[in-house]
Design a protein. Structure first.
Length: 258
């Protein structure tokens, strides 16, 4: 990213380098140290009595890009326009990216992967994955084959998966719901089976698993295990919706009861 600038509206990680009465100057960690500025009016949604209560030298902040002028090297940023959720998600993403780079560096040093090969690995990973960390996370369970399938040499693939297994601990989020499905038509039993099977077949994010079992007819429990709560909750809602829609199309009735 040496010659790149963020786009307006992007969230960026920045380190505060200098605080003055009218704002704070920061270094953008993801853009080769390019500098930006937060005007005091963009520090907080409430009145700022002391700017150092909100920003201090050395502090890392999640900021929103307001304006970019590459010709002047000017980047205007906002702290007050970043929601708590955006801050948490961006900071987690950044920490994962840093960890992924550390794992890649460790693997490349262990088997002496050339810099050009390291860049090749990043390129091949980016063709399928949103981030290097996602690929490394998959390799914790899938092994070196995850990288071999991307066209990465087996020795590099093995080194990457082994490094990932030693550095990444998979944490899963589990969410569940109960549905009630009935169908009094002659095809009733098959209709319920079809509804549950179709629901289980919905497209899911990587690392997400769906289990469905009876808790006493006509009630069925749906459990979703995912990499994070948001993926789990979203998938659970889609599974429930699919089951209810299918049973209705087949002449039955369904409802979510928990």
């Amino acid at each position: 990213m040496e010659n790149e600038y963020p786009d307006v509206g992007d969230l960026v990680i920045a380190t505060v380098v200098r605080v003055v009465d009218y704002g704070a100057y920061v270094r953008l960690d993801e853009y080769q140290g390019k500098e930006g500025m937060i005007h005091i009016s963009e520090i907080s949604t409430t009145w700022v009595k002391n700017i150092r209560d909100h920003a201090r030298e050395g502090q890392k902040l999640v900021l929103k890009v307001l304006r970019v002028n590459p010709q002047r090297g000017q980047i205007d940023l906002s702290l007050r326009r970043v929601t708590g959720r955006e801050k948490a998600e961006k900071m987690l993403q950044w920490k994962k990216e840093k960890k992924a780079e550390s794992i890649l560096k460790s693997a490349s040093e262990r088997i002496k992967i050339e810099p050009t090969s390291v860049e090749m690995i990043k390129q091949k990973v980016s063709e399928k994955y949103d981030s290097l960390y996602d690929a490394l996370e998959d390799s914790v369970e899938g092994g070196a084959e995850v990288f071999v399938k991307l066209g990465i040499p087996s020795d590099s693939a093995t080194a990457l998966s082994e490094a990932a297994k030693s550095k990444i601990r998979l944490e899963k989020a589990k969410v569940k719901a109960t549905v009630e499905l009935t169908c009094v038509k002659p095809i009733g039993v098959d209709a319920i089976k079809t509804a549950l099977l179709d629901a289980k077949k919905i497209r899911k994010p990587r690392g997400t698993d769906v289990k469905i079992y009876t808790v006493g007819s006509p009630r069925y429990r749906i459990e979703v295990t995912a990499k994070d709560y948001n993926d789990g909750e979203r998938t659970l809602n889609e599974v429930v919706d699919e089951a209810l829609a299918t049973i209705k199309n087949l002449g039955g009735e369904g409802r979510r009861i928990g």
